[in-house]
Design a protein around this ligand. Sequence first.
Ligand code: NG6
Ligand code: CA
Length: 507
Amino acid sequence: MKTTLVLTIGMAALLPAAAQSAQPEKPNVIFIYADDLGYGDLECYGAKLVQTPNVNRLANAGIRFTNAHATASTSTPSRYAMLTGEYAWRRPDTDIAAGNAQMIIRPGQFTMADMFKSAGYATAAIGKWHLGLGDKTGEQDWNAPLPQSLGDLGFDYHYIMAATADRVPCVFIENGMVANYDPSAPIEVSYEKNFEGEPTGRDNPELLYNLKPSFGHDMSIVNGISRIGYMKGGGKALWKDENIADSIVVHAQHFIREHRDKPFFMYFATNDVHVPRFPHDRFRGKNPMGLRGDAIAQFDWSVGQLLATLDELGLTENTLIIVSSDNGAVVDDGYADEAFEKLGDHKPVGPLRGNKYSAFEGGTRIPAIVHWPKQIQQGMVSEALVSQIDWFRSLAALVGARIPKGAAPDSEEHLMTWLGENQEDREYVIEQALNHGLSVRTKEWKYIEPSYGGAFMPNERIETGYTLEPQLYHISEDYEQKNLAKEHPEIVYRLQGILKAVKDKQP
Ligand code: NG6
Ligand code: CA
């Protein structure tokens, strides 16, 4: 029965308008996309030292995936792939983007937002962007409308941070213009040199009254925290880190209210739990883990705020919510926030090996929860092997959108798996590490191709998984402990074959 309902919704868009009114309403779709939230960071994934009641609510009534994967272990490539349906490594310019990178997704590409828009949805992006803005790296004029922005990518409304909270410019950008723009403080940004007379974390550590770096992050100072890159000006438009969650939540709630009467798609990308972790005072000190735990609590609060708005408007029933993360967890990512010192028994990546940046699973296996009361009537756990790259075609099937030839080339339709109708696995998932090394993961096995780079990232104390030896792990046996490449050359060949075929596929 459930399957029939889904197909009916999918076909609705293909029917003439008059016939459509008799069809079930299309669900709203909200991605709640955390930053650097690890496989073990939520209570419903085993965390004990921090409470996440709002995410638990979604997990208890929805589907909690235990084998879901981002396509990359850092933000820019992971988000690029998720929003375009194309693996980031097919393009040379999708590494962790600076705050003054040009817009990476080209205006002509058909994005997830274009897909929803074509199916009659109002679309919004709120929160962390990190995929570039404007048409030329380093040449944006931040004091005027940007010539290229998310409006060119199918988003009707956008209220975003250009990159990350640890990168300048430290301002929100609303519909392609700096929000709360302060004409008395024109904005300049450079990733090459400082502006004369401006203090930096390196030269003026006495000005770092909120957070000091543990490594890197020693350039311009905003709100008593030094960042990556240099900026000047901003005035009243500069954000305060402790208010970022509130700001994005309020704008998201406003968008939901405004669009309560028509289907909407909202990409809600939190700053939590990325560095600098500097949550609002009201989240402080309630868990033993310090700022990193407080940031998880703040993330959960944000989820709760959106749910409360949906509940109040009677929209929860027919809103499909996906909660997930762009990449795995990292503990010390460059600020002296005592994340290591206060970790206690908390395991940010659960039982996995590696972290953000790694080729190991800790880099790319992420929490993923799907909640849609109208369709999913009881909570369940799915062990199906799934990838975020498939949201594009799976959701297109759900809303009846047609995808132009050549668009979303790496995305596959696995709607029934994502809705918990079955637990059919993807044949394989592809994962990209910081050094561009690729892995192929099947349900049973993982092959990590040989790649250059040290076995550890010393500052972050992270095991990278980079080695010049081919690695093969029997996931179901021991996660990624014993390299079995020599014992099972036939499996290595098979997985290398998959990887070669995917690489050779012309998008
Ligand atoms: C690294 C930053 C790290 C983080 C990361 C991007 C340093 C030393 N480290 O270069 O703090 O910002 O980039 O993270 O600068 S991501 O989740 O957005 O990919
Ligand atoms: Ca990230």
